[in-house]
Design a protein around this ligand. Structure first.
Ligand code: ADP
Ligand code: ASP
Ligand code: MG
Length: 428
């Protein structure tokens, strides 16, 4: 008997028909003798609808109230799915984040999980009840509702799988796995049979929203085997796991794109020790996450400094910097938000040279100007004009021949077909 956490995303619970498709999958797993813990998102579009309503009520709604509001989306689907399961004769019980003991810090709208007791989950499982947990939420020390950041139901699912030492965490979504690029953007994208936690973390952090980045970090830390699958088919999906010999050692395994960034440029910054520290400390105090940073060579004691932040935080960062402008002696602050960050990712990059050159040449051949560059051991990112984002992704996908199935992947596919890829053993 295996213990599986099944997470259903918004499109997989978007109406009662879809909810019953999920019910049939849960019933099938139960009939096969598995124990199932279900985690659900809000119905597709519901979280965005609630955010819009809040902004109709106020130009800047408070973060605590936003969490109270947004957490309701998941509560609706939790109860509906439990009701549907009961209607099919399956004992089920819905739970909020609080009821399964998900304790977070106090960072409303982007809280971090600190502890999970999961007592009620364990009791429900012991009684043969299918627990249906509301994703994306927990409570802080004052028992106020918190949410875990957009896409946070993935994190709830992986965290519960870790705490319960589940054999696998299945993420049911509207695509049948992790592809070499967003299949909705690149029709020739190829589905990966397996991907390492590291690569998945880079892909997710760089804009592949199929998994929330923090959920991948959690899975990597606690070695939770995660399977990304379609709720519309029975395809085995993509296994996110640690690196092994069977895995494709491609130089580049995927292309990702993030249009949710704004570039902030400070013009005429005094080229002195301590200035960068002042600028970035002030922004950090506002809890704004900085991504890429570029400082140009100084001339006549002045330099230009550019960096990117998430679009939603750009105005807050600009206001903070405006207050410091005269103290720092900065001449001007500029914002550019028609940008996209296009990235290539691959563990094989560690041991290959020439990948950056190939990326830049590909973009140059398409006449795409590179605005910023950043690299890590296993990724290269370029900021380009947003209007070239799709073109850049498709050109890179083609240049690195990601649509072709490498020989190694064909061999791994045969092994998967023979049932050689297993989840980890149940530790209970
Ligand atoms: P859910 O609502 O189920 O959580 P999401 O919309 O968060 O689903 O994530 C699924 C989407 O992720 C897909 O529809 C797809 O457009 C997008 N996506 C982006 N990059 C990739 C990729 N490399 N592989 C698969 N899907 C991707
Ligand atoms: N409903 C939340 C969102 O739309 C969380 C999730 O779907 O994972 O971001
Ligand atoms: Mg999602």
């Amino acid at each position: 008997m295996a213990l599986i956490v099944q997470k259903y995303g918004g499109t997989s619970v978007s109406d009662i028909d879809r909810i019953f498709v999920a019910v049939r999958r849960i019933v099938k797993a139960k009939s096969a003798g598995d124990q199932v813990v279900v985690v659900v998102s809000a119905m597709a579009g519901e979280t965005d609808r609630l955010i819009k309503l809040a902004h109709q009520a106020s130009a800047s709604p408070g973060a605590r109230e936003m969490d109270m509001l947004l957490s309701t989306g998941e509560r609706v689907t939790t109860a509906l799915l439990a009701i549907a399961l009961e209607a099919e004769g399956v004992k089920a019980c819905s739970f909020t984040g609080r009821q399964v003991g998900i304790q977070t810090d106090g960072a409303h709208t982007n809280a971090r999980i600190e502890k999970i007791t999961a007592e009620r989950l364990k009791d429900a499982l012991a009684d043969g009840i299918v627990p249906v947990v509301a994703g994306f939420q927990g409570i802080n020390q004052n028992s106020d509702v918190t949410t875990l950041g957009r896409g946070g139901s993935d994190l709830t699912a992986v965290a519960l799988a870790a705490v319960l030492a589940a054999d696998r965490c299945d993420i049911y979504t509207d695509v049948d796995g992790v592809y070499t690029a967003d299949p909705n953007m690149v029709p020739s994208a190829r589905k990966l049979l397996k991907i390492t936690y590291e690569e998945m973390l880079e892909m997710a952090s760089l804009g592949a929203k199929v998994l929330q980045p923090r959920s991948v970090l959690f899975a990597m830390k606690y070695q939770v085997p995660v399977c990304v699958r379609s709720s519309f088919t029975d395809d085995p999906g993509t296994l996110v796991t640690k690196e092994d010999k069977e895995m494709e050692q491609e130089v580049v395994s995927g292309v990702a794109c993030d249009k949710n960034q704004t570039k902030i440029t400070l013009v005429g910054v005094p080229d002195q020790p301590g200035i960068a520290s002042k600028i970035f400390s002030a922004i950090a105090e506002e809890s704004v996450v900085i991504d890429m940073i570029i400082q140009n060579i100084g001339q006549a004691g002045l330099t230009d400094l550019s960096f990117t932040v998430p679009k939603g935080d750009a105005e807050r960062a600009r206001k903070t910097l405006s207050k410091l402008k005269s103290e720092l002696g900065v001449e001007a602050i500029g914002l550019m938000d028609n940008i996209a960050k296009v990235s290539i990712v691959g563990v094989g990059m560690r041991s290959h040279s020439g990948t950056a050159a190939k990326m830049f040449t590909t973009l140059a051949c398409e006449g795409i100007n590179i605005i910023m560059i950043s690299t890590s051991e296993i990724k290269i990112s370029c900021v380009v004009d947003a209007k070239y984002a799709e073109l850049a992704v498709r050109a890179l996908h083609e240049a690195f021949e990601l649509g072709k199935t490498p020989a190694r992947a064909q061999w791994a596919a045969k092994r998967i077909g023979k049932g050689k890829i297993a989840g980890r053993r149940n530790k209970k």
